[in-house]
Design a protein around this ligand. Structure first.
Ligand code: PHE
Length: 332
């Protein structure tokens, strides 16, 4: 019976025929049980020997049946999870984030103009973020409503300008640096505000620096980034840490300066704040304002990217919506 069993077992592929085979050999009415019934016709000695052999055989068979059952189940499992007829997964290519692309372009332009890239801490002291920059204690920017304050008078920097002081304390003039980085303000998210955003700070200090150097540098930068056809305008403004101060506008890319809906009918788009470094700020950086002068500027990376690519809502930068991000695939 054993070799007959083995032969039949070999051909079995599913659980129900395996069950049938089990019944046929070791079931209640199976072949082995029939043999057990014949034991009673034997003398006690033979009954013991043959009975033992039959039990062994039954155990062997039931072991093999169990093994086969597990094989069948395991095969069913893999067949269910790996459907070899399915098409393969298409691999897809990522792209640089529009802010990364914009930041790289900004950095590259300034590098070709001889600027070095520096960094400053995102967690600042009130001294570096405000005081050293001539921003008085009663200035509205210092209000807790505008800044994220941490313990022990630390805060998240509200602009990259504190890096001006840190760079001056670290290097002797002449210096020519840009400082890109994250900034934080207690603004609620809307189309043009985000509590976290990026700026690029610029600082040049040397013996003979004038407003002309500032204007020339910014003009070259702006035309390289936005295109030669865009006009650049310097408009008087105020910052506590520069004197004189200005804001820089570029002509609207849609109307070319005539005034249209996309530039708010003014013909101009604001892209950065700038000015000549205030003598007290030079002093706070450890420089002699009688000997050195400087110019500084600060621009918002999100704002520049929005103007450059026609992005209407700052929140799109942070939503991680692939339909938006995918459009920058061809940019490097
Ligand atoms: N720190 C200013 C801002 O955040 C920008 C600025 C930088 C203006 C440097 C002048 C000089 O608005």
């Amino acid at each position: 019976y054993y070799s007959e069993f083995l032969k039949e077992l070999e051909n079995i592929e599913d659980l129900s025929s395996l069950n049938q085979l089990k019944g046929k050999f070791i079931g209640r009415k199976g072949k082995i049980n029939e043999l057990f019934k014949n034991l009673k016709d034997l003398e006690p000695q033979g009954r013991k020997v043959i009975g033992g052999k039959l039990n062994e055989l039954k155990e062997k068979i039931s072991f093999l049946l169990e093994k086969k059952a597990q094989e069948i189940k395991a095969r069913a499992q893999t067949e269910r999870t790996v459907d070899l007829s399915l098409p393969g997964k298409r691999s897809w290519c990522g792209s640089f984030h529009p802010l990364t692309i914009t930041l790289r372009q900004i950095i590259e332009i300034f590098q070709t103009l001889g600027f070095r890239v520096e960094e400053g801490p995102e967690i600042e002291t009130e001294y570096f973020n405000f005081e050293a920059l001539n921003i008085p204690a009663d200035h509205p920017a210092r209000d807790e409503q505008d800044s994220f304050y941490l313990e022990d008078n630390f805060l998240l920097r509200t602009h990259t300008s504190p890096a001006q002081i840190r760079v001056m304390q670290k290097y002797q003039p002449p210096i020519k640096v840009i400082v890109p980085g994250k900034c934080f303000r207690r603004d609620a998210f809307d189309a043009t505000h985000s509590p976290m955003f990026h700026q690029v700070e610029g600082l040049v200090v040397a013996e003979k620096i004038s407003m002309g150097d500032l204007k020339g540098t910014i003009q070259v930068f702006t035309k390289r980034l936005f295109g030669e056809e865009r006009e650049v305008r310097f408009r008087p403004s105020y910052f506590p840490f520069t004197e004189p101060s200005c804001e820089v506008d570029i002509s609207c890319g849609v109307c070319g300066g005539e005034g249209c809906r996309s530039c708010g009918y003014s013909g101009w788009l604001e892209i950065m704040g700038a000015g000549l470094v205030h003598p007290q700020v030079l002093r706070n950086g450890g420089y002699d304002p009688e000997r050195f002068r400087g110019f500084a500027f600060g621009m918002g990376v999100e704002r520049i990217a929005m103007l450059k690519y026609g992005i209407p809502d700052i929140r799109w930068f942070y939503n991680n919506d692939v339909r938006f991000l995918d459009q920058f695939k061809t940019f490097r």
